[in-house]
Each structure stands twice: as structure tokens, then as C-alpha cells.
Design a protein around this ligand. Structure first.
Ligand code: R5P
Length: 288
């Protein structure tokens, strides 16, 4: 097999190659001054089983275009099979027409990946599992669940409760609760009055005196997570741990997380987390 990387997350590609004990295949990938992207493979991939690693992380749209152009390059060089390895799939919230006159961008991306020439896709913890159905090519949605579960088990925390920070996260949180043999609690957001943005939180379950583990698929601006952290502390939680697969960390996530009464933030490296975004209480599990 051959492994290639775009410019989105070369560190992860190197880690995967180290794990597999094979070299990372080389390619020139850069932008011209006019922002057009150039790709040239250093060697032929004719007939090879090629994996291209490129999460849809910042700069998101450039990295998506780079992914497509690299797939096209591999296809035109007669690769035997091309697997697009997309550890983080962007636009996953755009998975349905939930209001008039809006696109379904996740579907558009699946179409583009296929049209570019990918034979398979591989991704991790999609925000919405139904995105699998947007692809006609086969693929695998992997999960960081086992890494997260094993890490938490190794910590040996007692008196745990797993918390879904919103109702949408309940199913995954319940799976983790079962794996840790812990109870489940759910933070529920309710609309207040006529203001469409005003929300009140209420808690289903008991966190008092317990080590609360909040479990979500991603932390973007950290609003969901830090609201839940403050709320659980007020409800009497002992220590609060936040666990998520994708550490997107868009502003003002770092400020919010720094100010939150959080014991540990446990993320993975599906997207790069540069040194300036690493908080002292952050642990990064490798999906490599
Ligand atoms: C929402 O449905 C997701 O599971 C996450 O809770 C959400 O993407 C987090 O966004 P933010 O960090 O901006 O609150």
C-alpha cells in the first residue's frame, strides 16, 4: 500500500506510517500566488492500493479542494484503489434541508469525492451517521470510542456518571456509560419565553458528588461543553471531565475552556491541535 497526505494533517499521516512501519509517499502540494493548488506525485502509483489522509480541517475549503485535486491526481496516475481517509468530515451539520432554500453540503461533498475518483472513504465519528448514505462508494466510519473508553478505564475513576451535554448526544453517551458501568445523565436545553436564542438548562439524572464525564462528538466553540460544565458544577458534580473526538476549537473555545471548572479535557488528533491551542489540562489520544 501507499500512503499520501495533503497539507491538512501531515503529523497524523507520519504517525500512521510509523505504526504501519512503511514510509510516507512523497508529493509536492502547494498553492500558487493566485491560490490555485498544484500537486505532483514523486513516484508512480500505477496499480497501487493508495490511502490519502486529509481531514477537512482549517482552512476547511482549501483542504477540501486539495483533497479532491489529490484524488484526481492519483486517479489519473492509474492508482489501483484510492481510499480517501477523512478523519474529520466537515459540513456534517448540512445534512438535510431543514429550512427552505438551503443546500445539503455534506451530500455535495460525498458526490465530489466520488466524482474525483475515490473508490472508498474512511472517516471517524461522523456528526450525523446518515452521511454514510450520501456515498455510493463503500466506506468505513471508524470510532474513537474504544480509545476513549480504555483511557477512562485506565484512569480508574470511581463514582462516575457519563453526561450527554445535549439530547442529541444521548445515544453515544449511553454507550459510554454502559462500557464504564456508570449511570447516565442528560443536560437538556429548553427554549425560554419568546426569545428564540434564550435557553435554560435542566438535568435528567444525578451528578451530585460524582465524577462527571461529559461526552460529545466535537468541541467547536465550546459553548455546548462549557455550558454543561458550569451547570454540572452547580448541580454538585465533584470533578468534571470533557471527552470529545474532534477538537475543532474555534474562537472563543480556548477562553471558554480556560475559564471553565474542568479537571481534564480529553480529545483526539483527528484534526491538528497546534501547541498554542494545547491547554495544560488537555490530553490528546492518537487515532493513528
Ligand atoms: C452538536 O450537535 C455537536 O454534537 C456538538 O455539541 C457541537 O458541534 C459543539 O459545538 P460548540 O462547541 O460550538 O457548542
Amino acid at each position: 500500500i501507499k500512503i499520501y497526505t495533503g497539507t491538512a494533517h501531515p503529523e497524523l499521516a507520519h504517525e500512521i506510517c510509523d505504526y504501519l512501519k512503511i514510509p510516507l509517499s512523497g508529493a509536492d502540494v502547494f498553492q500558487f500566488p493566485n491560490e490555485n493548488i498544484f500537486v505532483k506525485l514523486h513516484q508512480s502509483v500505477r496499480g497501487q492500493d493508495v490511502f490519502l489522509i486529509q481531514p477537512m480541517t482549517r482552512p476547511v475549503n482549501k483542504n477540501i479542494m486539495e483533497l479532491l485535486i489529490m484524488i484526481d491526481t492519483l486517479k489519473r496516475d492509474s492508482a489501483g484503489r484510492i481510499t480517501a481517509v477523512i478523519p474529520y468530515f466537515a459540513y456534517a451539520r448540512s445534512d438535510k434541508k431543514d429550512q427552505p432554500r438551503v443546500p445539503i453540503t455534506a451530500r455535495l461533498l460525498a458526490d465530489l469525492i466520488e466524482t474525483a475518483g475515490a473508490d472508498r472513504y474512511l472517516t471517524i465519528d461522523l456528526h450525523a451517521g446518515q452521511i454514510q448514505g450520501f456515498f455510493k462508494i463503500p466506506g468505513d466510519e471508524l470510532t474513537a470510542f474504544h480509545l476513549q473508553r480504555d483511557y477512562l478505564l485506565r484512569k480508574g475513576l470511581d463514582n462516575m456518571v457519563v453526561v450527554a451535554p445535549d439530547v442529541g448526544a444521548t445515544k453515544k453517551a449511553r454507550n459510554l456509560a454502559e462500557a464504564l458501568n456508570a449511570p447516565l445523565a442528560i443536560v437538556e436545553k429548553r427554549r425560554v419565553g419568546n426569545d428564540p436564542t434564550a435557553r435554560a438548562l435542566s438535568l435528567i439524572g444525578d451528578v451530585e458528588g460524582k465524577n462527571a464525564i461529559i461526552f460529545d462528538d466535537e468541541i467547536d466553540t465550546a459553548g455546548t461543553m462549557t455550558n454543561a460544565i458550569h451547570f454540572l458544577k452547580q448541580a454538585g458534580a465533584k470533578e468534571v471531565y470533557a471527552v470529545a473526538t474532534h477538537g475543532i476549537l474555534s474562537p472563543p473555545a480556548l477562553e471558554r475552556l480556560r475559564e471553565a471548572p474542568l479537571t481534564e479535557l480529553i480529545l483526539t488528533n483527528t484534526v491538528p491541535i497546534p501547541p498554542e491551542k494545547r491547554l495544560p489540562n488537555m490530553t490528546i489520544l492518537s487515532v493513528a
